[in-house]
Design a protein around this ligand. Structure first.
Ligand code: GLN
Length: 381
């Protein structure tokens, strides 16, 4: 009775781990959402929008003023020129934007290239849209394995998903790597779907680069981003897709029939966010860099081996030497016995590698991270 497309994936392990954390009163470093408040100004703007009766459907592809502001932001920050009338679709988070993009692009049997480790929803998005995922493992240091990438492209390849900065490993793609991807997309007539939701959470002076800003990729990229991570409002579900007008009109059709539109008053509030000064974004990245350093230190002391993330708000760590459990069993043990929840690496890998890794988020208050550190000390006893 159920579609065969659903046979190939299970429910979200990230959300399962979050629930397990609640049951066991564990510190939740599993699901990536802030446990600290969103900026007052943006919350007040949401309340005001509701009280001023912005409570009915907005334009399906997003309120005009919000699209105008996104267009300006895309010009200034991403170096992408987007016509707000035709090239921008406001969606219910990047999650919807990605699914709408895939449904708009894919014919049954098309292949989609996905770098591994990958964010949990890319596999299911491929399955639902009828695409066959081709996983391309990143090197041990999360750089691109050029040979593996080149050999993944073929006549059936329709799209490639990029996530920079990346969830779960914190990789920030370099200009040379994006250039390599762009050249291959041009050669094989492939669309890059670029998930840039963590674009403002970037460390150590690195710069965020959007592949959609490359001239040759102008007509070949769907750039996805949103407000969840930038303004700490993951529950609002406001994101957007930017693409030239033919691609955008396909995305808009799917988006319309999936959702009718994103929540109107919250779109108004996000507009307030887009007017924040540059200092807000600098402060946001600096806050997360401090939290990254703290959690990296904590995990290293507890016996995990981990790269220092270049962006986003997760650390993907190798489990301590000598651990015999696989990552799912170990994540349960950590949650139930040690009182710290993380996500097993199997959520982010198609290959066996995920059995030896756990993902921890540092999108939490300092007190929360300190409590996690206290609990993790038990691992050394
Ligand atoms: N993006 C967040 C994470 O990776 C939340 C995902 C989710 O709820 N599945 O943790």
């Amino acid at each position: 009775m159920i579609s065969h497309r659903l046979e190939h994936f299970t429910e979200s392990v990230i959300r399962d781990m979050s629930q397990l954390a609640v049951i066991h009163h564990a510190v939740n470093l599993a699901q990536g959402f802030p446990d600290f408040p969103a900026p007052d100004e943006i919350k007040r703007a949401a309340v005001a929008a509701i009280m001023e009766d912005y409570n009915q459907y907005s334009i399906t592809w997003g309120g005009k003023e919000l699209r105008n502001a996104i267009s300006q932001k895309a010009h200034k920050y991403n170096h992408i020129e987007a016509d707000p009338e035709t090239d921008i679709t406001v969606t219910c988070g990047v999650t919807e934007a990605l699914m709408a993009s895939m449904l708009a692009l894919i014919n049954e049997g098309d292949e989609v290239i996905i770098f591994e480790p990958f964010y949990e929803s890319y596999g299911p998005d491929s399955a639902v849209s009828g695409a066959i995922p081709q996983f391309v493992p990143l090197n041990h240091d999360f750089s691109i394995n050029e040979e593996a990438l080149v050999s993944a492209f073929n006549k059936k390849t329709r799209a490639l998903i990029i996530n920079t900065p990346s969830n779960p490993c914190g990789k920030v793609f370099t200009k040379d790597e994006l250039k390599l991807i762009a050249d291959l997309c041009v050669e094989h007539d492939v669309i890059a779907v670029s998930d840039e939701i963590y674009e403002y959470i970037i460390f150590d002076g690195r710069k965020h680069i959007s592949i959609g800003s490359f001239d040759e990729m102008r007509d070949k990229t769907i750039t996805l981003s949103g407000f969840s991570k930038t303004y700490s409002v993951t529950g609002w579900r406001i994101g957007y897709a930017i693409a030239e007008k033919t691609l955008s009109s396909a995305v808009r059709k799917v988006h319309d029939f999936l959702t009718v539109g994103a929540p109107t008053p919250l779109q108004c509030a996000c507009l307030t966010g887009l007017n924040f000064p540059d200092s807000y974004y600098k402060g946001h990245a600096a806050m997360y860099q401090r939290k990254r350093d703290y959690l990296h230190d904590t995990l290293t002391k507890a016996g995990f081996r981990c790269h220092l993330p270049e962006g986003a708000y997760y650390i993907l760590a190798d489990m301590p030497e000598g651990t015999e459990m696989d990552s799912l069993a170990y994540a349960r043990y950590l949650t139930n016995e040690i009182g710290v929840a993380a996500v097993p690496g199997t959520s982010f890998y198609h290959s066996e590698l995920g059995k030896h890794k756990l993902r921890f988020t540092f999108s939490k208050k300092d007190e929360t991270l300190q409590e996690a550190a206290r609990r993790l000390e038990k691992l050394n006893k």
